[in-house]
Design a protein around this ligand. Structure first.
Ligand code: PGA
Length: 260
């Protein structure tokens, strides 16, 4: 196991633009809380649509909330955006940055690097998503990942590296159209690669103390296997985070993992 000492397993639910009502959001969150509360070795984070954050804050005691994006300005004349000062009012702890669905709609590596920098400076824990669209045989996906990492960490000082969680989310494995989740051996290769890239960036031969999690098509049947076999310290969960029953299966599976 390559989870770091004393770190709990991190499980992050990304609700994307779901569910359709606050009533439903509260009911899903209650279901999630019921299973997460018992799992002492797990840190649970739910990232709902920003409009539900304030209401869900009072609704949840044992899990942390996060946002799915960070607009890189505090406030101002930016129609339709949510300035980060008002986002901070919701007392979130985490923020997902650079999810592939945002990259697909034009978010650049440069913007992502800027958001990571701001997230750290305002005391949030960014979750930087990286992932290749395809796994080509000539392994050029590794240069894609390297580019995303280098840009994401561009302005992260060495002392703050630990604040960033990296979510490896291969795009080809995300969502209901995906053929399968990545295999532990595929994930493990990337985990080793990420540690090497970060180690090189910060000129350290020691294994950089960075938390790496995996996301894409995680469910109750593969969660434990992925964490145990690939060396990740947690999971980023999309669809299954909206289904309390499946979430419960994932949490149960993860709670069986011995980790020190
Ligand atoms: P999925 O999504 O679990 O539904 O594949 C993961 C994600 O997009 O973060």
């Amino acid at each position: 196991m390559m989870c770091m000492k004393k770190d709990k397993i991190l499980i992050v639910g990304n609700w994307k633009a779901n569910p359709d009502s606050l009533r439903l959001a509260k009911s899903i969150l209650s279901g999630i809380e019921k299973s997460s509360i018992k799992a002492k070795n797990i840190e649970t984070v739910i990232c709902p649509p920003v409009i539900y954050l304030e209401s869900l804050r009072s609704h949840s005691r044992d899990i942390f909330l996060g946002a799915q994006n960070l607009f890189p300005e505090p406030h101002g004349a930016f129609t339709g955006e949510v300035g980060y000062e008002s986002l901070l009012e919701t007392k979130i702890k985490y923020v997902i940055i650079g999810h592939s669905e945002r990259r697909l709609s034009g978010e650049s590596d440069e913007e992502i690097g800027k958001k990571i920098k701001i997230a750290i400076s305002v005391g949030l824990n960014p979750i930087l998503c990286i992932g290749e669209k395809t796994r080509d045989k000539d392994m050029s996906y590794l240069s894609v990942l390297k580019q995303q990492l280098t840009a994401g960490f561009k302005d992260v000082p060495k002392a703050k590296v630990r604040n960033v969680t990296i979510a490896y989310e291969p795009v080809w494995a995300i969502g209901k159209g995906a053929p399968r989740a990545a295999r532990p051996d595929e994930i493990k290769e990337v985990v080793i690669f990420i540690r090497r890239v970060i180690g090189d960036m910060y000129k350290t031969s020691a294994v950089p103390p960075i938390r790496i999690i995996y996301g894409a098509s995680v469910d109750g049947s593969n969660a434990k296997y992925i964490v145990e076999e690939s060396g990740v310290g947690g999971l980023l969960v999309g669809r299954a985070s909206l289904a309390p029953k499946v979430w419960g299966e994932i949490v149960k599976a993860l709670s069986e993992i011995k980790h020190d």
